[in-house]
Design a protein around this ligand. Structure first.
Ligand SMILES: [Ca+2]
Ligand SMILES: [Ca+2]
Length: 297
């Protein structure tokens, strides 16, 4: 795994953009979507007091396979026998009660098989927060250096890479076309009813892309926006930013759901913004969610 050393530093975390401003940039979204972003504010200053090494890429299928084979670890979707989620050309969300874009849970889907083709250099998906912890613990033990998930603050610091715009590539969704694999014209061929939500253009990938296929951000990190959502260490707290400490915030002490960041290959550009926060239970596995690790200095 390649890592990039990030310096200690400070930045402004979060967003306080108004619904009116967002509606101008994302006119295709219903306006109620812009009223659900309270957890992105207030914008607050954060200091990262120590340098750290950020994974240059998302953890790949090949890397995760080597971990599973060498450690004997059984990923949660296999261990609990309920499986993961997957894409199936014959599956129609409209005829299902849940209406989800993907079929599952189903034991035929797991980190090995999300229903679409992935080679070893694609980001691993259908992995849980607990699986990410197991990978970090095994690597730490094997290599004698500490690996872990980034904190949410470290993640946004790394994603922004000195920028304050909606994306590290700029303010406009179209700036993602060369910088991130998101829901685009390619993906819309498979989910035509969400065509209006597709970023205006073709990024070349309907499903996951090999990591590092797009331009890096200013700090040399790839796919912080898009490709696979990335689990971070923190519990999610709706009001956390208002009480977050200045130095090295670690998230709420307790919670029920873990944060994931950055959006994915199937995510509308609005939800791939640097400030956007989403979350799931730690045993959630899904076709869109993967891992990026930090190595300590
Ligand atoms: Ca795409
Ligand atoms: Ca990503």
């Amino acid at each position: 795994m390649a890592f990039v050393k990030l310096p200690a530093g400070e930045f402004l975390m979060g967003s306080d953009e108004t619904p009116e401003s967002l509606a101008r940039v994302y006119p295709q979204l219903p306006t109620r979507r812009f009223d659900q972003l309270d957890d992105e504010g207030p914008v607050h200053r954060v200091r990262i007091t120590r340098s750290f090494w950020m994974g240059q890429h998302e953890v790949t299928v090949g890397q995760f396979r080597r971990f599973v084979e060498a450690s004997g670890y059984v990923p949660e979707s296999v261990a609990d026998r309920t499986g993961g989620y997957g894409w199936n050309a014959d599956y129609d969300p409209a005829t299902t009660k849940r209406g989800d874009a993907f079929e599952g849970r189903d034991p035929r889907y797991s980190w090995r098989n999300p229903g679409f083709t992935q080679s070893d250099d694609h980001p691993v998906v259908n992995v849980t927060w607990n699986d990410a912890q197991a990978l970090a613990a095994w690597l730490s033990k094997t290599e004698g250096r500490r690996y872990r998930l980034p904190t949410e603050a470290e993640w946004e610091y790394a994603c922004r890479a000195g920028t304050r715009s909606r994306y590290s590539s700029g303010e406009e969704p179209r700036s993602l076309l060369s910088a991130a694999n998101v829901f685009d014209a390619n993906s819309a061929r498979y989910w035509p009813r969400w065509q209006p939500m597709a970023v205006d253009g073709d990024d070349g990938y309907a499903f996951t892309a090999p990591v590092g296929s797009f331009a890096p951000n200013p700090w040399g990190l790839y796919d912080m926006h898009g490709n696979a959502w990335e689990w971070v260490a923190d519990w999610h707290g709706d009001k956390y930013y208002a009480q977050s400490p200045l130095d090295d915030p670690q998230g709420p002490v307790e919670g029920e759901v873990r944060v994931r960041r950055g959006g994915s290959w199937h995510t509308w550009a609005f939800y791939a913004r640097a400030a956007y926060r989403n979350w799931n239970a730690p045993d959630t596995r899904y076709t869109l969610v993967g891992i990026r690790l930090v190595r300590e200095d």
